[in-house]
Design a protein around this ligand. Structure first.
Ligand SMILES: [Zn+2]
Ligand SMILES: [Zn+2]
Length: 310
């Protein structure tokens, strides 16, 4: 019986099958049996890995784990590839780090399920067979920020500021924040607690793809408009149908050089004088009318009257 495969031989499928069949039907119970079974299974694992290497020779031959993963992804550009597949091809457990190198150092556009809601966390897509200088540069900057000695939230802000007016992917934010779960909350807090003009598809910028963030300005919102709960903020925009209540400007009308750049939420009764951060006391304005409302120092019913004037 093939109770033990000579470990210097090249594994074959037949050999592995008969080896698996030699495992007793009843589960191990004694210490000796458990040990024997674990050793058998460990043997199967390593032989399977070797078998994969032999059978995938064309891809796996004499290259680094990173190059093997890349060669495999290049066979399936634009298609979803499971992490398990990349584990087999790269023959290492820690292939995720290699994929990051492919993005950061070489500029390959690989998206992952960590930050893309359409994918599972262990899924990957290579979007373009060729690397891009622009992506490599972007990742180099992200890498510098990631290694800088400032707090996590500030690293997120550094990246967004670096790319002001341009989309930043969740992948990049997750990367600089060095967290898997916390970065979306921290990113939102930059908007809701610190008044940075940070927008997404959900806040009305329908031109942005899912999972992408954009800092619209290097200027923070005035102090009084901060600390509005993000749920409330979003519900105000939604109620106002993502339009300025004064002029009807919406993000679809956006032009890079126009004065109107974004929508904001404004307090009817000012927060400093006791106005609440609730939906009834808040209203959507374009940035031009927001500035105007503040310049004219319009409050309460006077403000509401001005909003309705054509
Ligand atoms: Zn307006
Ligand atoms: Zn305001």
């Amino acid at each position: 019986l093939a109770s033990r495969i000579p470990s210097d031989s090249k594994p074959t499928i037949r050999e592995l099958i008969s080896f698996l069949e030699s495992i007793p039907a009843s589960p191990a119970s004694s210490r000796e049996e458990i040990r024997a079974e674990v050793r058998r299974l460990a043997e199967v694992f390593s032989r399977l890995r070797l078998l994969a290497k032999i059978r995938l020779k064309k891809i796996t031959d004499a290259r680094s784990a990173r190059e093997r993963a890349l060669a495999y992804l290049k066979l399936f550009v634009g298609e979803v590839v499971d992490g398990r597949e990349l584990q087999v091809v790269s023959a290492i457990q820690e292939f995720a780090r290699r994929l990051r190198e492919l993005r950061v150092e070489f500029g390959y556009n690989i998206i992952t399920g960590n930050t893309n809601p359409d994918l599972r966390p262990d899924q990957y897509i290579l979007l373009d067979i060729n690397p891009s200088d622009e992506i490599a540069t972007r990742w180099r900057i992200a890498n510098k920020i990631r290694r800088s000695k400032v707090a996590g939230k500030n690293r997120l802000l550094m990246l967004l500021k670096e790319r002001v007016g341009k989309p930043v992917t969740g992948d990049e934010l997750a990367y600089v924040s060095k967290t898997v779960k916390d970065w979306p909350r921290r990113t939102r807090e930059l908007r809701t607690q610190h008044g940075w003009r940070l927008v997404t598809r959900q806040t009305g910028r329908k031109d942005l793809p899912n999972g992408v963030y954009l800092l619209e300005s290097l200027q923070q919102l005035p102090e009084h408009d901060r600390k509005i709960e993000s749920d409330v903020y979003d519900s105000v925009l939604e109620r106002d149908q993502y339009e300025c209540r004064k002029c009807g400007w919406k993000v679809d009308d956006y032009h890079p050089n126009a004065r109107r750049q974004f929508l904001e939420v404004h307090h009817i009764e000012h927060h400093v004088t006791g106005g609440k951060n609730n939906k009834d006391n808040l209203l959507t304005l374009c940035n031009v009318h927001h500035d105007e409302a503040h310049a004219k120092k319009l409050v309460g019913s006077e403000f509401l009257k001005w909003v309705k004037e054509v």
